[in-house]
Ligand binder design. Structure first.
Ligand code: KIV
Length: 275
């Protein structure tokens, strides 16, 4: 890894209306190493609770979990702007709680920004964190932290009332000082309208190709998700099959004693030793 200067939140903000901003989630050191050359932004999403830890929803994420994965992604990247999600329960109660959690995340990981889910309801928290000098990415539309409250993963923007609420949320997040906003699970035309309306970049997931950037969960993108794969995902590889084939071949070779072979053991003659 070279010690390149990282892309910062201000660089991301300046990309409004320009070449689309490439974002992926990352949770681990090796994956961050592999993605860093190809993306503008790595999100340590609270989806980690589902993807790596097997929880049913993102409500299984804790501040400690986000910080541990944020540290790993920072160690594995040198160029990408790294954003760490604030998990449910770490920011909703008050501006003081939100600020303390955001400070802890940034101090302990060194990440460039934090992300919070919500609009009008958390605008004060966003403004307080931004005023303290910590860049914030917003997240509107389908909000996975509210999935139990909403009664499932419901696409947003299908009623006039809901569209109006989306615009209020988008404007509140922008006014509070967010440098960009994720729009998730929202009707395509509404996401495109929101993108035109806002002066900050929109990052779409299940939204619109007109958004200023796109994000996917890394395990979805490489075809490694073992549970439900959402409709908006495009799989660019098929790692589920690669991993399970490798495991099947390994198991067969262990059982037949074909592995380890001569290249994978240390013979008595030291000249052939290579750790
Ligand atoms: O947690 C996450 O991975 C996210 C993205 C899907 C935007 O919030």
């Amino acid at each position: 890894m070279s010690a390149d200067v990282r892309i910062g939140p201000d660089d991301v903000r300046r990309r409004k209306g320009g070449v689309p901003i490439v974002c992926l989630t990352a949770y681990t050191y090796p994956v961050a190493r592999l993605l860093d050359d190809h993306v503008d932004l790595l999100l340590v999403g609270d989806s980690v609770a589902m993807v790596l830890h097997g929880h049913k929803t993102t409500l299984g994420a804790s501040l400690e979990m986000m910080i541990a994965h944020g540290q790993a992604v920072m160690r594995g990247s040198a160029k990408a702007c790294v954003v760490v999600d604030m998990p449910a329960g770490s920011y909703e109660t008050s501006t003081a709680q939100a600020l303390a959690s955001a400070r802890q995340v940034v101090d302990e990981t060194g990440c460039q920004a934090v992300k919070l889910e919500g609009g009008v309801d958390i605008a004060e928290q966003i403004a307080a964190i931004v005023a303290a000098g910590i860049p914030v990415m917003g997240h509107i539309g389908l909000q996975p932290q509210s999935v139990e409250k909403d009664g499932g993963y419901k696409i947003k923007g299908r009623t006039e009332e809901n569209v109006a609420a989306l615009f209020r949320d988008a404007e509140a997040v922008e006014k509070a000082g967010a440098f960009s906003v994720v729009i998730e699970g929202t009707v395509e035309t509404v996401a495109a309208d929101l993108t035109r309306r806002l002066a900050i970049p929109t990052i779409g997931i299940g939204a619109s190709a007109d958004c200023d950037g796109q994000i996917l969960v890394i395990d979805d993108m490489v075809g490694m998700t073992v549970d439900r794969v959402p409709k908006f995902v495009k799989e660019y590889a098929a790692l589920r099959g690669v991993i399970s084939d490798a495991a099947a071949r390994y198991a067969a070779e262990v059982r037949s004693r074909a592995f380890p072979g001569p290249d994978h053991v240390f013979p008595a003659t030291p000249s052939r030793d290579k750790a």
